[in-house]
Design a protein. Sequence first.
Lengths: 568, 130
Amino acid sequence: MTDVLDPPVHVEFHDDGHDEHHGPSGILKWITTTDHKVIGLSYTVTAVIMLVIGGVFAEIIRAQLATPNGTLVSLAQYNELFTMHGSVMIYLFAGPFAFGALANIIVPIQIGAPDMAFPRLNALSYWLYLTGAITMLSGFFVAGGAANFGWVAYAPLSNSVNTPGAGADLWIGGLLLTGFSAIFTGVNLCATIFYLRAPGMTMFRMPIFTWNMLVTSILILLAFPVLTAGLVMLYCDRHFGTHIFSVAGGGVPVLWQHLFWFWGHPEVYILALPFFGMVTEIIAVFSRKPVFGYKGMVFATLSIAALSLGVWAHHMYTTGVVLLPFFAFMSLMIAVPTGIKIFNWIATMWRGEVWFSTAMLMAIGFLVTFLVGGLTGIYLASPPLDFFTHDTYFVVAHFHSVVMALVLAGMAGLYYWGPKITGYLLNERIGKFQFWFLFLGSQVFTFPLYILGLEGMPRRLGVYPHDPQWKMLNDISTLGAILIGVSTILFVVNIIYSWKKYPAGDNPWDGHTLEWFTTSPPPHHNFYRLPQIRSERPTWDYNHPGHQAVGHGKQIEPAQPVEEVPVS
Amino acid sequence: MKVEAKVLLGLGVFFGIMCAVYWNWSLENAGGVMMFAAMLLCFLPGGYYYWWSRRMKARPEDDPQATQASGAGVVGAFPGTSIWPFTLGMGAFFVVLAMVFGLWFLVPGLGLVIWAMLGGTAEGRRGGKV
């Protein structure tokens, strides 16, 4: 397809040697780059390191809980561990991996853009993310240890009397930095998608992944400033004598929960929507079919985003001061667009030529695991059920089903787009082993936790000497955590084993979207030429000229005979 | 441009309705204010896009029949490499460390921030136009 590349035209470099072709190399290139692919790769590596760090914390937590009187760590250290496990996974892995790593690399290419709209802002986002991560984790090296008030930092537990020390302040500071990083990335993605699409790439021809990243970016812009404001207030309470969240000074502790969850629940979708987008792309490509119900998918994504801003207080049912019917109704409503998505994913596979590659297996694993997490979410949206399960392991199990589904989807994304980013495929056999360890490990890890929750085991418990009957279920869960750990090791082994071994070619999966039209890895500014864009599958249309172009499930016009247009 | 406007305005209208229902029903201020602000944040860019979508021709990316040739020309200014994002990031890092370890961190922190702002501004649009 792109064996013989046309030379680029309309490229006017007015630069005095500062363009990437002649720019610095090595560490200086890493520090000074503004290329979205290099920045995205930096994000990817950093986020995967964070996944490993958060995973190590998780394994220590599970090892501690394997016996009722666990002595592996002290209870104070246990508090730090579960706080930093949640913080690292949510703030430093899941979000940045989605919108900083994969979206950063893939979205501009999917819409035919030469780079992100604001390349230097993009680089700044990465540096704020990296320094934020270092700041937050450095809490382990200061007197008093890292933050230990849970990843939600509820007031008044998080004030300077109950949680003194630098660890909590480092947590706040790290979160401020990563928060600004997310906001800048959100601005960048919105501007890129609104202004840098290729000719013919109308909004309703954008790949679903790009749509989901647009909606995610809008959510970031709506939600993250609230968290930032809340963190500033918390810092002022801790150091400047204000009493915004303390009753003693006339403040309102529950206001922190409102501010936190007004960010926190949209954040759930900020985490999930990018992975929904990845899975949509992967299921369509490996089923050899267009996405079933393209517009339905887009509107479902928009509906989830709209509803997600009105459900924050379902995390606060048991405070007794929130409007239960409103939040229960809005929370249950989210099941509708989510159900549409699951229906469409299954319908995309229906009667397709399904290719069970590692990426596809991971995507199907996501589907199953996410369904479990989603259905138990419906229980928790109902106040009478939530009252009995709030702050028990049932909640822990619910959101771990969801996030393990996201990890599966993220791995699917790495196996699917990794060859585009690096130019080399990963080993499929090791990949499939990794899948089974990860998928089965996720189920073995989460299912006992549901039962433990229903039996009343509270979350954040380091020892349970009076309830030794919980040991067996905890042991099974720990076994699941070990399987997940093995899957992560297999992933690292796969990277080492496959290192530059299997050249991918430009389009190893017979992909649909524009990233599969360019080289692997893409050149500086991404494209030498672009095809005509007449549907949401421009690369597929180009590679299958005999077929009718399919737009949103109906035939629209014969695919254009091959027209190669050199682009700038 | 029209679809972009509709997406943002549509979200804004939904947040507005949700805000009205919630605020009147719950009388809880924090959530009401936040939803009202979310509505404004959607209306601001949404209104801008709507205003322009009625006053300009469809861009090549909004035209379903556009050819690649119709988008030929300079797409935008994309800088090559730049040291200033790194400098600004390190400055912000030190400013945050000042919040924890002492105000003296502000000296290198603000120094780097100011240096990066001056350097980045002077750098301007140096770089490749694509």
